[in-house]
Ligand binder design. Structure first.
Ligand code: ARG
Length: 459
C-alpha cells in the first residue's frame, strides 16, 4: 500500500518499486523515526492542531510498534516504500483514524531529514565513546613506556632516538583532534528540520521551537528549503571519518612494519592474528591490514556523497536517498575498525629490548655528538662535518659511535673527552629533549598530565 496512491490509476511496476524503495536500509532508523513522530504529535496537540485523545492514541500506537519491532514480533515489511511509510501504515492498521492524522503538517522530506540527523547524532556519540576508549589504551602504553627507547624515523630511516611513549603520543594527539572534529560537527548540525514540510513550511501553526527542544536540538533550522536539502553535516562527518581512517591506517602501517620479521618491535597477539593455509610458520597482521584496507571504502563514501550532491537544485530530490547506505556503511566500518584496533593495541607485546638495540645502531645519536662539539665551542657546520667523518669511520669498522675508543674519537677531533660517552647515551639523548612536545621524560610527564586531565574531565 502506498501513501500517495490517490492520484495514480496504475500500479507501480515492480522493478520501479524495488528501485525506488529504501526500506531495506532505512529501517535502520525505525527508532529515530518513531521518536520524531512522538515529538511531532506532542507538539501538534499542544498547539491544538490535534486532540489530546488522538495524541494519546497515536503515541500509544507508536510505542507499541517500537516495542514490537524490538521484540521481533513485528517484522518490517519490504512492501512498504520506506520506514516512514511502514510506521505510518502500521499505525493506521492498528489504531485507525487517529493514525491518519499523524502526518498533519509534515512531509517525508522534513521527516527523513530529521531521522537522518537523529541517527547521525546518536552515532557521533558512539564514535566519540569508541575514540575515547582508544585514547585510553594509547595512554596506558604511554604511561608504561616513557623510558622505552626506540629510533624515531624520517623517510623510514633511523633519525633520532625517541621513546615508545612519545611515538604513541603522536597518535594520541591525532585521535584527540578527531574527537574535536566530531564535536564541532555535532554542534553545527544540531538544529531541527522538523516543521519545514516538503520545502516551504506548512500552513499549520506549528511550534518548531517545541519539537526542537523535545528532540534535544539547540533550536529549529532557519530556512525550510535548506532544511530538507542539507546534507552538509553528512559530508562533514564522512570527511571526519575519512581522517580517522587515515590516522588508523598510518598507525596500522607502522604496526605491520614493526610486527615484521625484520623489525620485531612488537608482536601482535595470537588472538588478533591469522595464519596461512599453506605456510605453517605464518602469523599475519590481518586486522591491521584490513583497517588499512577499509580506509578506501570510507574515502569512497565521502567522494560518492559529494558527487551526488553537487548538481542538485533546491530543494529535495530523490538523489538524496543515496546518502544513507554509504553513510551507514562508513559509520559501521569506522566503529568496527576503532574497536578492533583498540583490542589489538591492548593485547600487543612490545619487544622493548629490540627497540632499544635498534635505536643504538643506525647512529641515531649523531646529532647529539655534533651538539656535544657545539657545546665545546665548535661551530655547528664544522661539528656536522666531524661527526660525518666519525660515522664513515664506524660504518667501515661496523661499530656504533658508542663503541669507539676515546683515542679514536680524539684522532678525528681533539675536542672529544671522556664525557662524550655519557653525552651520546640513549638516555641522555632523550632526556635532554625537554621542551614541551619533545620525548624527554620531563616534557612527556607534563604532556601525559595534560592528556590524563583531558580524558578525566571529558564526558
Ligand atoms: N526514502 C526517502 C529518502 O530517503 C524519503 C523521502 C521521500 N520523499 C519524497 N519526496 N519522495 O530520501
Amino acid at each position: 500500500m502506498k501513501l500517495w496512491g490517490g492520484r495514480f490509476t496504475k500500479e507501480t511496476n515492480e522493478l520501479v518499486h524495488n528501485f525506488n524503495a529504501s526500506i531495506s536500509f532505512d529501517q535502520k532508523f525505525y527508532q529515530q523515526d518513531i521518536r520524531g513522530s512522538i515529538a511531532h504529535v506532542t507538539m501538534l496537540a499542544s498547539q491544538g492542531i490535534l486532540s489530546e485523545e488522538d495524541k494519546t492514541t497515536i503515541i500509544d500506537g507508536l510505542t507499541g510498534i517500537l516495542k514490537d519491532i524490538e521484540d521481533s514480533t513485528l517484522a518490517i515489511s519490504s512492501d512498504s516504500e520506506d520506514i516512514h511509510s511502514f510506521v505510518e501504515q502500521t499505525l493506521i492498521e492498528r489504531v485507525g483514524d487517529a493514525g491518519k492524522r499523524l502526518h498533519t503538517g509534515r512531509s517525508r522530506n522534513d521527516q527523513v531529514a530529521l531521522d537522518m540527523k537523529l541517527y547521525t547524532r546518536d552515532e557521533i556519540v558512539e564514535l566519540d565513546r569508541l575514540l575515547k576508549e582508544l585514547l585510553t589504551s594509547i595512554m596506558n602504553v604511554m604511561k608504561q613506556h616513557m623510558e622505552t627507547f626506540m629510533p624515531g624515523f624520517t623517510h623510514l630511516q633511523k633519525a633520532q632516538p625517541i621513546t615508545l611513549a612519545h611515538h604513541f603520543g603522536a597518535y594520541f594527539e591525532m585521535f584527540k583532534r578527531d574527537r574535536q572534529r566530531l564535536s564541532d560537527i555535532y554542534k553545527r548540525m544540531n538544529y531541527c528540520p522538523l516543521g519545514s514540510g516538503a520545502l516551504a513550511g506548512t500552513t499549520y501553526p506549528l511550534d518548531r521551537e517545541l519539537t526542537a527542544s523535545l528532540l534535544d536540538f539547540d533550536g529549529p533550522t532557519l530556512n525550510s528549503m535548506d532544511s530538507v536539502a542539507d546534507r552538509d553535516y553528512l559530508i562533514e562527518l564522512l570527511s571526519a571519518l575519512s581522517t580517522i581512517m587515515m590516522h588508523l591506517s598510518r598507525f596500522s602501517e607502522e604496526i605491520i612494519i614493526w610486527n615484521s620479521n625484520e623489525y620485531r618491535f612488537v608482536e601482535i597477539d595470537d588472538s588478533y592474528s591469522t595464519g596461512s593455509s599453506i605456510m605453517p610458520q605464518k602469523k599475519n597482521p590481518d586486522i591491521a591490514e584490513l583497517v588499512r584496507g577499509k580506509t578506501g571504502r570510507v574515502y569512497g563514501a565521502l567522494m560518492s556523497l559529494l558527487t551526488t550532491m553537487k548538481g542538485l537544485p533546491l530543494a529535495y530530490n530523490k538523489d538524496m536517498q543515496e546518502d544513507k547506505e554509504l553513510s551507514f556503511d562508513a559509520i559501521d566500518t569506522v566503529k568496527g575498525c576503532i574497536r578492533l584496533f583498540t583490542g589489538m593495541i591492548d593485547t600487543m607485546k612490545f619487544n622493548t629490548a629490540v627497540m632499544e638495540t635498534s635505536a643504538k645502531t643506525g647512529f641515531t645519536n649523531a646529532t647529539d655528538a655534533a651538539d656535544y662539539l657545539v657545546n665545546h665551542g665548535v661551530p655547528f657546520r664544522d661539528a656536522h662535518g666531524i661527526v660525518g667523518q666519525l660515522v664513515l669511520y664506524c660504518i667501515d669498522k661496523n661499530i656504533a659511535l658508542d663503541d669507539m675508543t676515546l683515542d679514536e674519537f680524539k684522532a678525528i677531533s681533539p675536542v672529544f673527552e671522556a664525557d662524550i660517552y655519557d653525552a651520546i647515551s640513549l638516555k641522555t639523548c632523550v632526556e635532554k629533549r625537554v621542551t614541551i612536545g619533545a620525548p624527554g621524560m620531563e616534557a612527556m610527564q607534563k604532556v601525559i598530565a595534560i592528556n590524563e586531565k583531558y580524558l578525566a574531565s571529558d564526558s
